[in-house]
Design a protein around this ligand. Structure first.
Ligand SMILES: *Cc1c(COP(=O)(O)O)cnc(C)c1O
Length: 223
């Protein structure tokens, strides 16, 4: 199947309230244009260098989401245009995003990334660390970021129950933070979970945003 057919096929499986982030990492600008012309305006990239190469060649109304680990010293490069950053894993990173957003006179939407997998390699916070960020005076003084929810990546495994349990734990963390910190206000609403191998489970467990690469663009080739 081609990219457009993949998109149509995927859309049929998503509830209307679930947003699709088309993960275009390693894929050329032409592939992004093809999906854009087919009506998809939301794309995700995980490397600063790569998004900076592509973004100038693509329409301005693309909504770019940054989904990979983000180093503090690189925030300033994406701050002028990034719509949402899914990978907040420290107060230091959040402070830098706030600072750079302020310089660009913008508000940048952010998700707190939770470490829900058993793999050591994945980044993210636990509940206590997220609480510490949200209770800090530094966070209280930030006016150019908006925390819109949480993000998590499940363990890479065939064990569906394990994946399901990890997504359930992310949903519980989301509900906890919502109750504790975001009861008033409507912007804390996103649960970014689910990729090509596990998006069906993620949706069953309450995902509001799936990040899908392979099922749209085909296998990635890393040289
Ligand atoms: C690459 C990537 C995805 C998409 O992965 P697929 O398995 O190709 O759908 C989703 N989320 C993050 C954070 C990624 O780095």
């Amino acid at each position: 199947m081609g990219i457009i057919e993949n998109l149509e096929h995927l859309k049929k499986q998503l509830y209307p309230q679930v947003k699709l982030v088309a993960v275009s990492k390693t894929k050329p600008v032409e592939d992004i244009i093809a999906l854009y012309n087919a009506g998809n305006k939301l794309f995700g990239e995980n490397k600063v260098q790569e998004i900076l190469l592509k973004q100038p060649h693509l329409p301005d109304d693309i909504e770019w989401h940054f989904i990979g680990h983000l180093q503090t010293n690189k925030v300033r490069y994406i701050a002028p245009f990034i719509s949402m950053i899914h990978s907040i894993d420290s107060l230091k990173l959040l402070s830098e995003i706030n600072k750079q957003a302020q310089i660009n006179q913008r508000i940048i939407d952010c998700l707190l990334q939770f470490h829900i997998a058993t793999e050591e390699t994945k980044f993210g916070l636990n509940y206590l660390e997220a609480q510490n960020i949200l209770e800090s005076p530094e966070y209280a003084a930030m006016h150019n970021i908006r925390i819109c929810g949480v993000m998590g990546m499940a363990t890479f495994t065939e064990d569906e129950n394990k994946i399901r349990n990890e997504f359930q734990s992310l949903k519980i963390d989301f509900e906890g933070l919502k109750k504790e910190f975001f009861e008033s206000g409507s912007s804390f609403k996103e649960i970014s979970m689910g990729m090509t191998e596990d998006y069906k489970i993620a949706i069953e467990e309450g995902s509001t945003m799936v990040r899908i690469g392979t099922a749209l663009f085909g296998e990635r080739i890393y040289s």
